[in-house]
Ligand binder design. Structure first.
Ligand SMILES: [Zn+2]
Length: 182
């Protein structure tokens, strides 16, 4: 199977930011995506991970992903609100049973690793933020928001983990593929 890991935002619009460390969502997730792909390639030879950048704007993104003919789409983001809100949540398309089940797999795995607040999985429709991507991809798609990047405690917790987050993602992808193959 083939998995698209979509790096949220872009070089020209980098998303939310941790002000203390001057790290944006785009920077954090680009490194994370590369680390996930490297870790994955060491352990899994039969399923492939491809990294996807938002190069031509958000509206075209789902169709560019569909052209890659992937089986699963994981979009990497971070939450942000008021610098004190914290925790982990996953977004999925409200009509997608597979999306919901895969969101649950990721939510369980990443809250286990990060030991942060479990904000639960959240269904979104096409009008919601992220809804266009969730709706228009052919493969099941989730948006991962494992912590709040504008919250210093959340940010340090996620970055000070010695690679545990990378392994958590790989475990979750592995479990999601097993589910899709079953
Ligand atoms: Zn984002």
């Amino acid at each position: 199977m083939k998995v698209a890991i979509v790096i949220g935002h872009s070089t020209y619009s980098r998303g939310a930011r941790n002000k203390s460390s001057d790290v944006s969502e785009f920077e954090f997730n680009e490194k994370l995506a590369k680390d996930i792909k490297a870790n994955w390639s060491e352990h899994n030879l039969s399923d492939e991970i491809v990294l996807v950048y938002r190069e031509n704007g958000y509206s075209k993104l789902p169709y560019e992903i569909n052209d890659l003919d992937v089986d699963l789409v994981i979009s990497l983001h971070c939450n942000a609100f008021n610098t004190t809100a914290s925790g982990c949540e996953m977004l999925y398309y409200h009509k997608s049973v597979k999306g919901k089940n895969i969101a649950k797999i990721f939510q369980d795995k990443l809250t286990d690793i990060l030991e942060n607040k479990d904000r639960g999985i959240k269904s979104k429709d096409s009008e919601d933020r992220g809804g266009h991507l969730l709706k228009a991809t052919n493969a099941p798609c989730i948006i991962v928001e494992p912590f709040f990047i504008d919250n210093d405690d959340d940010f340090l917790n996620a970055t000070d983990d010695g690679g545990a987050l990378v392994e958590g993602y790989c475990d979750a992808i592995d479990e999601a593929l097993k589910y899709l193959k079953s």
